[in-house]
Design a protein around this ligand. Structure first.
Ligand SMILES: *Cc1c(COP(=O)(O)O)cnc(C)c1O
Length: 429
């Protein structure tokens, strides 16, 4: 495949943008090679700077759930743009968006729009601290909640450690307030809460994790955390930036039947525009300024272009519930096909899959947390990634990312992907 234009662009980008990209995973560092520069996309396909066509399994990391350049969304943006792209004053559209989300997620009483998933998670933590008057938070190793300081604490291996480990640029003081333990390890959560009695403001989790590949919560894990939070006055935060409006209209809460206190959104909620949101139960959300005293603001929050894009997409998902069902069915079909060719290849593998999230780990043991994800054969994943890319299939450029299917994928695309997987495995094993 000729990617000479992408190579040139990447070279040029590095003179003016750190590492040539505006978000690190795009640089292909974990799989090696040259990142592809994208010119345009339509439905399930990406077209790069050299006019190569790829079947897209990233969907902008989730938002393009009904495919790229989805006509109703494009039209809504065009119609709105002529009325100005921002006012910095309230609009009816923001109320409609909030009302729509409330109609889909029963325990969202109040919701505040922001411009990214990072902002949503960082604000939710602030709200939990303001509400409880406590400082510490618990997060899980391998869960990603955006790049705010509190979330960038490098997790120790296994059960949480009291060692203060920081990444450069994050102060030890901030890191000390973030406790970590392994995903799916309820006993570790119990221990941490006990050891920090009366100090934990919030437990934040990706209910279905997507940032260490796809990892499914084991029965009892989230239910157990719910009980601990109730007993200890801890705010339970579901980070549904990936799961929201994808696993079900009501997100992971609906899919798994668990009630969180605060929920954060991003990705699908903005249909590809920069949008995030945090919301939840009234007695907690009431602390948010100007109703309460926990300050949170944004010049472009609730931006009309972003709102009309998200509102249009979410309305369609709500009005046509069969769309998410179709997407789940397509994912199950792909999973079955991949299962067959992987089994035939003889290489150890694990496919984790729920709804339209899926990932492959080349591992001979179950992948249930970060440690088991990290001990998979990621060298083999790199080869697999490139072999698939050569066959026109664009997977997330890291074994630590869930694949995101979109409903524009056709059966032909899925069959092509399964065939590409079969050929790729033959080539690399
Ligand atoms: C992507 C992601 C975020 C961060 O969202 P941004 O819009 O990139 O800031 C937070 N949490 C989860 C679970 C995510 O997948």
């Amino acid at each position: 495949m000729n990617i000479s234009n992408s190579k040139q662009l990447f070279e040029r980008a590095q003179h003016s943008i750190p590492g040539g990209v505006n978000s690190p995973v795009r640089a292909f560092k974990s799989v090696g090679g040259t990142p592809l520069f994208i010119k345009h996309a339509k439905a399930a396909y990406l077209y790069d700077a050299d006019d190569n066509k790829y079947i897209d399994y990233i969907a902008s990391w989730g938002p393009m759930i009904l495919g790229h350049a989805y006509e109703p969304v494009v039209k809504a943006i065009q119609e709105q743009a002529v009325y100005s792209t921002s006012y910095g004053a309230p609009t009816e559209l923001e109320i409609k968006m909030a009302e729509l989300i409330k109609s889909m997620v029963p325990n969202v009483d109040l919701i505040r729009m922001v411009s990214s998933g990072t902002e949503a998670c960082m604000s939710a933590i602030r709200v939990a601290r303001g509400y409880t008057g406590k400082n510490k938070i618990i997060k899980f190793e391998g869960c990603y909640h955006g790049h705010a300081d509190s979330f960038l604490v490098k997790a120790g291996s296994g059960v949480a450690t009291f060692n203060i480990q920081t990444v450069p640029g994050v102060t030890a003081g901030v890191s000390a307030d973030t406790l970590t333990c392994a995903y799916n390890d309820l006993a570790a959560v119990e221990r941490l809460v006990e050891e920090n009695k009366g100090e934990v403001a919030a437990i934040i989790v990706e209910p279905v994790a997507g940032n260490m590949g796809c990892i499914i919560p084991q029965p009892g894990f989230l239910e157990g955390i719910r009980k601990i939070c109730d007993a200890e006055n801890i705010v339970f935060i579901f980070d549904e930036v990936m799961n929201g409006f994808r696993l079900a209209l009501g997100g992971a809460q609906e899919k798994l039947g668990i009630d969180a206190d605060l929920i954060t959104y991003g990705k699908v909620i903005g249909a590809g525009m920069p949008v995030g949101a945090f919301g939840g139960k009234k007695h907690i959300m009431e602390v948010v300024s100007p109703l309460g005293s926990v300050y949170q603001a944004g010049t472009l929050s609730g931006n009309p272009i972003a709102m009309i894009a998200g509102y249009t997409l979410l309305s369609i998902l709500k009005e046509q519930p069969q769309l998410l069902k179709e997407l789940d069915d397509k994912t199950a079909y792909l999973k079955e096909g991949l299962d067959k060719v992987l089994k035939a290849s003889g290489t150890p593998y694990v496919i984790n899959h729920l709804g339209s999230m899926l990932s492959i780990h080349f591992s001979d043991h179950p992948v249930t947390d970060f440690a088991s994800a990290a001990s998979a054969n990621n060298e083999l994943f790199k080869k697999y990634f490139h072999a698939m890319l050569d066959r026109g299939v664009y997977l997330p450029p890291s074994a630590f990312e869930s694949w995101f299917l979109n409903n524009a994928l056709t059966k032909k695309d899925l069959d092509h992907t399964i065939k590409a997987a079969e050929e790729s495995l033959k080539e690399i094993l």
